[in-house]
Design a protein around this ligand. Structure first.
Ligand SMILES: [Zn+2]
Length: 177
């Protein structure tokens, strides 16, 4: 598979490696803010310095670019040239993402991953409202009733697989701030 980026576009993309405040991230931040949700940014004391941290929800939100994080979608296309180099690089990013996710989960943080392609105009509103529902569900899990039905995340495009494995952990409060 080849991509259609011009050299200038490629340069722009590469200049964004590790950059903060990307547009997809800003979309999520504006939405959260508009809904009265307060967060901290790029929290260094957590594994991988997550983009958006909602302490009250014990949740981190990772907004991932589809190319750099190797999302299995149409936005992820390996360049023609130096294909192996890019493949290896993106595989390393994927491995790092997986480790980061596990570390956060071990510390009882909820992890919501949002992909760049989920924030394209056509699907953006659905994604953001699913995010809101997921956050409400998390709040219920963290502070809510003693009994709860494990959340299956039906029809939730955002991080459904993450939510379904939540349990209430007696130690969770230790990590709350
Ligand atoms: Zn994608």
């Amino acid at each position: 598979m080849a991509d259609k980026m011009t050299p200038a576009q490629r340069h722009y993309c590469m200049s964004r490696i590790g950059s903060k405040n990307t547009k997809p991230e800003l979309i999520v931040r504006r939405f959260l803010h508009a809904h009265g949700l307060r967060y901290r940014l790029h929290v260094r004391r957590l594994p991988g310095t997550p983009d958006i941290v909602l302490s009250r929800y014990k949740t981190v939100i990772l907004v991932n670019g589809c190319f750099w994080h190797g999302h299995n979608c149409s936005s992820y296309k390996l360049p023609h040239t130096r294909t192996e180099f890019w493949e290896a690089k993106i595989n390393r990013n994927r491995d790092r993402d997986a480790r980061k996710y596990l570390q956060l989960r071990t510390m009882n943080w909820h992890v919501i991953q949002i992909w760049e392609c989920q924030l394209k105009p056509k699907v953006r509103q659905a994604t953001l409202h699913a995010l809101l529902r997921t956050l409400n569900q998390i709040l219920l899990l963290n502070y809510g009733a003693k009994e709860y039905a494990p959340y299956r995340g039906d029809a939730i495009p955002v991080a459904a697989e993450d939510v379904s494995e939540y349990g209430i952990d007696a130690n969770e409060k230790e990590f709350m701030h």
